[in-house]
Design a protein. Sequence first.
Length: 317
Amino acid sequence: MFKNFLISLCILLSFSVLSKDLQPITIYIGYVAGSNSDKIVRTLQQELQQEIPNPIRIDYKPGAGGDIAAGFVANNNKKETTMLVTNLNLAWWNITKNSNYDYRKLVPVAYLGTTPQIFVSTPSLGLRTKDDWDKLDSINPITFGSSGFGSSTHLDGEVLFYKSNKHMLHIPYKGSTELLPDLLAGRIKTAYHFRLSVQDFIKEGKLIPFAVASHQRLKSLPNIPTLNEIGLKDSWIPVWQILVANPGADRNLVKQVQNALIKIYNDPVRYDKFSEMSDLQLDPKTVILKPTFIQEQIDIFKDYAKKIPTFSPKNLD
């Protein structure tokens, strides 16, 4: 038994020494610890580390709705592998081309999936059905909180209110952790939130779910209809999540990450675990990120900005 223990220990130590000699992968997050992006990256790290011997690290560069982290990775020409999990904020910031980086330098790695948001309200608003929504005043603005200008919670709110011909009083916060207490206290009436942040409050009746911004219902909250189901079709934007790398990234490592994700997404057990822990809706068929994806999304956002004046980053000037 002692001999077997020594053999196992030697193997473990050998792997540890080997991993120290391998080039690390650093995945950056453009938001604070505890954010939805943080949950996605930590789940991603755990799954990838089972497939790739290289050390996978996590680092934070929060600020400007993820744009600071995007600029850091896009401008990193060093022969090292840094990656970034980013979302539709990347397209939003680049509508006006005011960013201090060229998004075209980012190396496409993977399309991770979408993170559905739930439109919730305070019980006092009485918003439970499409009829309740239709009866809401179309003249006086409804208070709507978001986790900041350009955040997915902000942009989906803009589209929903625009498509419904209703006016909102947008109140941006510095993250969802600051927004939630005011929503629970009734100081704001409506907001978009991710499931992991609000599901307990929904079950306790402290927040009322109206609908999910998604093509399909959530497995964990199957009684909440989608916006499409209640007659508000195309009144939301899919909150996509992608993985990109810096220009100087080791292309062999990029390929390893892609192959690892394909393996994970095509394993039913790991697929379900990854989806539950990260709040992602996954599609094994679309893991490899198209080189044209970001530009296509920017074009979509430009179209929204033409229709909805408050949608554009120009409002920050």
